[in-house]
Design a protein around this ligand. Structure first.
Ligand code: FEO
Length: 172
């Protein structure tokens, strides 16, 4: 059984994960229009992952006899200055999600809700991995720079990172 406060906070997180899914879908669209096919595929996979993050919470609330609410989602941005700016936005967004997860963990402890506290540990790990992945990508983008062939090499690099992340996902 969830407290009303916990149920409401988890429903807010559903909205945040759903927004992330739409944001990454918008980024996939922009990348595809720029001819960055590998980067676009990376974001299609990220969008699907965020949808999974949303569904896990949705199902958990119901399993705990609570009410899972389908959120309305704000329209994400569809224009980005550059691929570098786009990944900087992603990193900032993931840091924001980590902050929200940490607050949920804190609330579950305050509410003496061991089940939700336990459930949230998966998200703590996931956020650590997502932030590390985005930092790796930002480091690579810095190394590649903004020279004439840079977009080609960036897309190639993200394609490799995406294949690795996808195969790790299959193993998990
Ligand atoms: Fe589910 Fe990337 O936050």
């Amino acid at each position: 059984m969830l407290t009303k406060k916990m149920e409401s906070a988890l429903n807010n997180q559903i909205e945040m994960e759903a927004y992330a899914s739409f944001l990454y879908l918008a980024m996939a669209s922009w990348c595809e229009q720029q001819g960055l096919e590998g980067t676009s595929n990376f974001f299609y996979r990220q969008a699907a992952e965020e949808h999974d993050h949303m569904m896990r919470i949705f199902k958990y609330i119901l399993e705990m006899d609570g009410k899972a609410v389908v959120p309305s989602i704000d329209k994400p941005p569809h224009e980005f200055e550059s691929v570098q700016a786009l990944f900087a936005d992603v990193y900032t967004h993931e840091q924001k999600v980590t902050g929200a997860i940490n607050q949920l963990v804190e609330l579950s402890a305050n509410e003496n809700d061991h089940s939700t506290h336990n459930f949230l540990q998966w998200y703590v790990m996931e956020q650590r991995e997502e932030e590390a992945l985005m930092r790796t990508i930002l480091d690579k983008l810095k190394l590649i720079g903004t020279g004439p062939q840079s977009l080609y090499f960036i897309d190639k690099e993200i394609t490799d990172i995406n294949s690795q992340a996808a195969s790790q996902g299959e193993e998990a």
